[in-house]
Ligand binder design. Structure first.
Ligand code: ATP
Ligand code: MG
Length: 564
């Protein structure tokens, strides 16, 4: 591609709302433009890189036996009502006047096809995938293409007759994902993730560590334990139990609102303060007891309740139900609430909690004697400084971007959509499904997050829109024009995607800056001095390393560099 003809609108100014490197670089290098919040137009250079990523994804999906579909983004609303996902929060964008929705994912359509055409166990297993546009009602699109309202996803689905089959399909995807992200040159890691509201049995996320990431992950450098904060655990001891439980005692605690104030006021350790958190689950009141300053992990909480609608109870409702404010709620003499508690409180005594009366607390609570706990769960958020649940080394908590997600769904969607098959005994069974996603834009954005400097992008050869960038430093020099054209032609004919800066009346300095900003792996600089010795300069963008190469050696040299 000749830069004199190409549409690559590079820009110097960075819009103020582009705060992360990948977003800034994608704008500066002319890869994309924002049409409206969370919606991006990919320009030729950006789409070129996306296609490189999509080809890698496609090759690896085909390698595990995936069959490529193209499913419609427009879906009848009724299909989503059938699976109960029509009203999932921040999920679906809809076209009201036609009862259509824009699909945020495709379990529903896959289930619909399977329900019509999968008849017997002999039709299984299947791996179906597509690379297609998704729409999501993201409330806060931000960080450029990392969180869009429209984006391209590779989504695949395994259909199996057995749980072992599901495990196999899941493992095949894990392997394929490892290959895909390795080929894309990304530094990534895999974490255990929440199966959450999707109602599955196993789930892993492929992550890139980044300050720009919205996910928080817990890592152990020693044994490799890695989990999304949503499900992470740590080695932390339970709250102690003493031999004798004293009688319950009401204590006056005027104007004491927080756990810290209470600890100071009573001069007790935080762990013996049982903090009450109040929610509604499917409309019904639930009291959750946590030890001291432990924070409730809403993902764990929601999973413990088996999904459904979970919402914090507001102060007014709480006052109406208990006669007390949030800081004075506790498990003693509380009517009409289910009570669940964090595992750390199991069997503890000598606890202090709210008295359901403002300015009063109750002391000497014995969990075994005084509280009817429905069940104890691990409900806490792992905190910095805590130790690994596997090897007791210090855990690290860091931010990450989710690149991909693999997920054992089970039969939830097959049940809802009546996607069944007949087993060996002629019995009708629901198809066991898995679902697996990769965000294509996130591959590009993560690469740019990991591979840039203050001059611009540093593409790796796998994702680079062009491998080589020929720079004719002066188009008024006949020799340079002649040779740079010839080099461009032979590189292209050798199958090396090449960008050629043949712009007249653009200074050498300007061209060098643009080449560094656009970031193709190798620059071939054609100048007067070199040509005197029948040489050009080859610059490696990543290291800035420069070597003089004879005209006759350009093709083999570039080929050799590209194969490294
Ligand atoms: P997140 O937690 O970041 O919202 P998700 O759990 O909703 O992601 P999935 O439904 O598992 O994501 O989708 C599969 C993949 O699609 C994700 O791993 C991610 O790479 C990509 N993806 C999801 N939402 C977006 C989005 N709003 N913009 C760009 N890519 C996205
Ligand atoms: Mg999401």
């Amino acid at each position: 591609m000749r830069l004199s003809k190409a549409f690559i609108p590079t820009q110097k100014e960075i819009p103020a709302d582009a705060t992360i490197p990948s977003h800034q670089l994608m704008l500066r290098a002319g890869l994309m433009r924002q049409l409206t919040a969370g919606v991006y137009a990919f320009l030729p250079l950006g789409y070129n890189a996306m296609m490189k990523a999509m080809n890698i994804v496609r090759e690896e999906m085909n390698a595990i036996g995936g069959q490529e579909f193209l499913l419609p983004a427009l879906n009848p609303e009724s299909l989503w009502v059938q699976t109960g996902r029509r009203n999932v929060q921040n999920f679906i964008l809809s076209i009201k006047e036609r009862d259509l929705v824009l699909a945020p994912t495709h379990e529903e359509v896959i289930g619909w096809i399977a329900s019509m055409h999968i008849q017997s166990y002999k039709d299984l297993p299947q791996i179906w995938y597509q690379i297609q546009t998704k729409f999501r009602n993201e409330p806060r699109p931000r960080s450029g293409v990392l969180r869009g309202r429209q984006f391209i996803m590779k989504d695949s689905y395994t259909l199996d007759a057995s749980w072992e089959g599901l495990d196999k399909g899941y493992d095949l995807h894990a392997e394929a994902y490892n290959k895909i992200f390795t080929r894309c040159g990304l530094k990534f890691f895999v974490v255990g993730a929440s199966s959450g509201a999707m109602g599955g049995t196993g789930s892993q996320e492929f992550m890139v560590e980044s300050g720009s990431g919205e996910d928080t992950v817990v890592l152990c450098d020693k044994c490799g334990y890695a989990a999304n904060l949503e499900i992470a655990t740590s080695a932390i001891s339970g709250v102690t139990r003493t031999a004798n439980s004293k009688a319950l005692e009401e204590i006056h605690t005027p104007n004491v609102k927080t756990i810290d104030e209470l600890a100071t006021f009573l001069n007790v350790d935080h762990d013996h303060l049982a903090k009450s958190v109040v929610y509604r689950h499917n409309g019904k009141p639930v009291l959750v007891l946590m030890a001291g300053n432990d924070q409730l992990n809403e993902s764990k909480f929601s999973a413990a309740l088996g999904g459904g609608e979970v919402a914090p109870m507001n102060a007014e409702e709480l006052l109406g139900l208990t006669g007390a404010d949030g800081g004075s709620i506790g498990p003693i003499n509380l009517k009409g609430f289910r009570i669940i508690a964090d595992k750390r409180l199991e069997g503890a005594n000598g606890l202090i909690s709210g008295a359901n009366k403002n300015d009063y607390h109750i002391a000497n609570i014995d969990m075994n004697r005084d509280v009817t706990v429905e069940e104890y769960f691990d409900l806490r958020i792992v905190d910095t400084g805590e130790l690994c649940p596997k090897c007791s080394a210090q855990l690290k908590i860091t931010h990450a971007i989710e690149l991909g997600h693999i997920f054992k769904l089970g039969t939830k969607y097959a049940d809802a959509l009546h996607a069944t098959y007949l087993d060996e005994n002629g019995q009708s069974k629901p198809i066991i499904m898995g679902s697996y996603g990769i965000g294509i834009e996130r591959i590009i954005a993560c690469h740019l997050e990991q591979s840039h400097d203050d001059k611009g992008i540093i593409w790796n050869t796998a994702l680079a829109p062009y491998q080589a960038h020929v720079i004719a430093i002066n188009m008024n020099n006949k020799d340079i024009v002649l040779h740079s054209n010839q080099i461009y032609r032979t590189l292209t004919e050798s199958g090396i995607d090449t960008l050629f800066d043949d712009r007249p009346n653009v200074t050498a300095g300007f061209k060098f800056n643009d080449a560094d900003l656009l970031g193709m792996p190798f620059q071939i600089i054609v100048g007067e001095k070199g040509l005197k010795n029948n040489q050009v300069e080859v610059k490696r963008r990543k290291t800035g390393e420069r070597t003089m190469v004879a005209l006759s050696e350009i093709i083999p040299t570039i080929k050799k560099l590209l194969s490294e």
